[in-house]
Design a protein. Structure first.
Length: 501
């Protein structure tokens, strides 16, 4: 609930569709601040429960004009974006975006910038850092030199339901009772609970102007990754894990290993793994002078893991590591949109009458994916997911944020929810590696006679000859995959409706 304070600040939030940004937004509103979100795709925030109290503007942090417009009247600007995964030139993109953000903040008279970066190891030359950590450190320096008072918070492993670091730890420990692990499992780490990260981010908004520096933030425990896995096993009531470190697993090989075992793809696992090559612990706790710890804070590792696990089990995960769109994911308009440029378009359309109410049919549609699967040819879906992960894609194991409800912007296995019309339409956009663009639409409708009608449409817009070859190579499987999916969804809806009746 909003606080009773009347001296709230106007805050600009970038990265609101991401893991931290999506959780920070309601915290800023609860503190009594006014919130404006800058997003490349504002429609992805449409279904967020907190969005009603915010202003959402379209823009990109690399576009000076849109950033300048978003900065008007802003007191505090939160920079929670990065270009990791957009290609080999991501450091250059990060550099450009940080400069644009700092310059426009200074021109608009913004009082403070707040940035969440990575904790860098002491005494390690910057050229020996991973590209990920090196870029995060450079962004912090650019913002600190922008002429706007800036607070750079530097955190190591963030523990919270849905965070990439927590999911990596969770799946490695739960799925592998015996592990052959790389040497970095002996590296000392100072993890921090996501609630303490959010508390520090909110508190930075009211720092005095003379505070223009970086702050290390961490929890009370310093552990090796091996100790974190063993303590997770205890908290999750699992037998003690047998961990056998070997020196031959490089960060690159480790990231592929993590990608195979956990839902976190290797493209995201690699920077996490590379960040663990060096000791990452806090060397000061100066943030306390400006954002004092309340009773019970910061949360210890065991409590943070216990809380995160409880959130997962209660299906109360507000955001996940996959909340942010996959870098490079298609953003072209749907081929049926009025402004579509045209070109080749392949479709697969299925329609079936369903012996159930539209409401019962919609429950099944909204529940697809994750543990419920895709209602047809499970082996084909599994193989497609594995093939996607082998070429660096997200694969089929991202699952769902919520077992029963979907909202625009949610990740759903290797799809992204592009549109939801409750009770009627679910449109998914493919984020797997494809030689083209793909969508899947599912409708709960009624025919002219008033009978419940299930309509399903798969669309593929090929790119080049490879795209056409791809479509025709998988066309023989469409009857089993798409036809079976339509039949089984209709059958499940009819059974579900009968059971509930």
């Amino acid at each position: 609930m909003p606080s009773d304070r009347t001296d709230g600040l106007t805050c600009l939030l970038t990265g609101a569709t991401g893991y931290i940004g999506g959780r920070l937004a309601p915290e800023l509103l609860a503190e009594g601040h006014r919130l404006r979100c800058l997003a490349r795709s504002p429609e992805k925030l449409r279904d967020q429960p907190w969005v009603g109290g915010t202003e959402v503007v379209r823009g990109d942090v690399t576009d000076a004009a849109s950033v300048a417009e978003a900065m008007c009247g802003v007191d505090v600007a939160y920079y929670l974006v990065h270009a990791l995964g957009t290609g080999r030139r991501f450091e250059e993109t990060d550099r450009k975006a940080a400069r644009v953000f700092g310059e426009q903040a200074r021109a608009a008279g913004v009082r403070r910038i707040v940035y969440l970066g990575g904790l860098t190891p002491a005494g390690v030359p910057e050229e020996r850092l991973s590209p990920h950590l090196r870029s995060r450190a450079e962004v912090g320096r650019i913002l600190l030199g922008s002429g706007v008072p800036t607070a750079v918070l530097r955190a190591a492993v963030i523990i919270g339901s849905g965070s990439a670091s927590f999911e990596m730890l969770r799946y490695l420990t739960e799925r592998l009772p015996v592990m052959v692990t790389p040497s970095w499992v002996h590296t000392r780490i100072q993890p921090i609970a996501v609630r303490d990260v959010l508390r520090c981010l909110v508190g930075c908004a009211r720092m005095p102007a003379e505070a223009n520096r970086a702050f290390d933030i961490g929890g009370p425990d310093i552990l090796t990754y091996q100790e974190m896995m063993q303590r997770y096993a205890v908290i999750a009531d699992l037998p003690r894990r047998l961990i056998l470190p070997v020196p031959v697993l490089t960060p690159g090989l480790s990231s592929y290993w993590v990608g195979l075992v956990t839902p976190v793809p290797s493209s995201i696992a690699r920077p996490l793994v590379e960040s663990l090559r060096h000791e990452v612990i806090c060397h000061e706790d100066d943030i306390q002078r400006y954002v004092p710890n309340p009773p019970g804070a910061p949360l210890g590792f065991d409590d943070a893991v216990g809380l995160a696990l409880q959130r997962v089990r209660d299906a109360q995960v507000a955001t996940r590591w996959s909340s942010a769109a996959v870098p490079g994911a298609p953003s072209d308009p749907l081929p049926t949109d009025p402004d579509w440029a045209g070109g080749s378009l392949y479709t697969d359309v299925r329609e079936l009458n369903v012996d159930a109410s539209p409401k019962a049919l919609w429950r099944v549609i909204e529940g697809v994916g994750g543990e419920n699967g895709w209602y047809s040819f499970p082996l084909a879906w599994a193989v497609r997911g594995w093939l996607d992960r082998l070429v660096g894609g997200v694969g089929l194991r991202r699952g769902r944020r919520d077992a029963a409800r979907l909202r625009v912007g949610d990740s759903l296995d290797f799809w992204r929810v592009e549109e939801v019309e409750p009770g009627r339409l679910l449109r998914l956009r493919a984020e797997m590696r494809l030689p083209g663009l793909a969508w899947l639409e599912m409708y709960a409708d009624c025919d002219d006679a008033g009978r419940t009608l299930y309509r399903q449409r798969a669309l593929f817009h090929p790119r080049g000859l490879l795209g056409h070859m791809y479509w025709w190579s998988i066309a023989p499987f469409h009857t089993a995959v798409f036809g079976g999916m339509a039949r089984n969804i209709a059958r499940t809806a009819a059974k579900d409706g009968t059971d509930r009746g």
